[in-house]
Design a protein around this ligand. Structure first.
Ligand code: MLT
Length: 331
């Protein structure tokens, strides 16, 4: 064999040994709250492919959609205790463990997908990542941009707050969302995500809110008829890793996880833009009726911002923090 070929071969061998040495064969588990086909699953698939590629196939990522590994809020506890590697869940199910995250779920703060991206990938996102590590024992390594949560119900078209009266609306166990419905004159029913479909099917609850892509992934069109395009909450669904498990990894694998999380985040942003309108059309074809709130949602916005924002200033780190965020968005 020629010397050049021999040398080339040994460089390749050394490189692969190096990779195998720092990133030994590992399989991570990722809990996913929603059913396959939603934005959470899409983020998970992109993350799994990217991490596998970055580690030359040494790291495998197994996805468990449809809350197979537990309800979303339970997966935060499990990851914090090092019993679960990763979870992808709605941000409103992280807030109970890390209250400052509520700044991204205050009603009507985020008004577009662009603003959601700007905040999550900027200073605010960095700060929230530090806070969730401190408060909840999990690190945010990626974001799914899932679109605005729209209101669905099985009883009637809803355009005004008066139309909403008397409906039983399911919400996650999230104080901020409960307070928002209170500001609209309703006492919503907090219920775990895993119990939501059955509650709607058995008409224990008349309605709920979630983004279009989630509604479709969860087949809510089978048990809900009317949709109202409220835009109070832009749904962000972070990919979190157990901080204790993250700290057990080599620096190289930690970096690969962070990079794969960012690639998956970019994928999620593009996926929303490509998919949301098509899903909306499919839901209409399946029989759903979509309405816009009357008067550009004015009464909804005024009630929620006047009553809910001040009640959560302490939780988010003071009014100044919100003012700073609004200013960074040009408001
Ligand atoms: C919820 O309503 O609990 C969440 O939005 C569920 C989800 O989409 O993960």
């Amino acid at each position: 064999m020629k010397l050049k070929t021999l040398l080339k071969g040994s460089v390749v061998l050394a490189a692969s040994l190096f990779v195998a040495g720092v990133v030994s064969a590992t399989t991570f588990k990722v809990a996913i709250g929603d059913a396959a086909g939603g934005t959470q699953h899409e983020l998970g698939k992109a993350f799994a492919a990217s991490l596998n590629k970055k580690t030359d196939g040494n790291v495998k990522v197994d996805l468990f959609p449809n809350s197979q590994l537990g309800d979303e809020q339970d997966t935060v506890n499990d990851a914090a205790m090092g019993l679960l590697d990763f979870s992808i869940l709605a941000i409103n199910n992280v807030t109970p463990f890390s209250p400052s995250v509520a700044v991204l779920t205050l009603p009507y703060v985020i008004q577009s997908a662009e603003e959601a991206k700007q905040l999550t990938l900027g200073e605010v996102g960095k700060e929230l990542t530090e806070n969730t590590i401190r408060d909840a024992g999990v690190r945010i390594v990626g974001w799914s941009y899932s679109g605005f949560r729209v209101l669905t119900n099985s009883k009637r078209p809803v355009k005004t707050l008066a139309d909403l009266k008397g409906l039983v609306i399911r919400v996650p166990r999230n104080e901020l969302m409960i307070a928002t419905y209170n500001s609209w004159g309703l006492n919503p029913s907090p219920l775990a995500w895993t119990e939501t479909f059955t509650a709607l099917q058995q008409q224990v609850a008349d309605g709920q809110d979630n983004p279009y892509i989630t509604i479709s992934a969860m087949k809510f069109e089978e048990v809900q008829k009317y949709v109202t395009n409220i835009r109070y909450l832009f749904s962000l669904e972070p990919l979190v890793v157990s901080e204790s498990i993250f700290q057990q990894q080599t620096p190289e694998l930690q970096q690969a996880i962070l990079d794969a999380g960012m690639e998956a985040t970019e994928h999620s942003y593009a996926y929303l833009a490509e998919t949301e309108n098509r899903i909306k059309d499919e839901l209409v074809a399946a029989g759903m009726e979509i309405s816009d709130p009357a008067d550009d949602e004015k009464e909804w916005i005024e009630a929620a911002t006047a009553k809910v924002w001040p009640a959560f200033y302490d939780a988010i780190g003071g009014k100044e923090r919100l003012d700073k965020i609004l200013a960074s968005l040009g408001r």
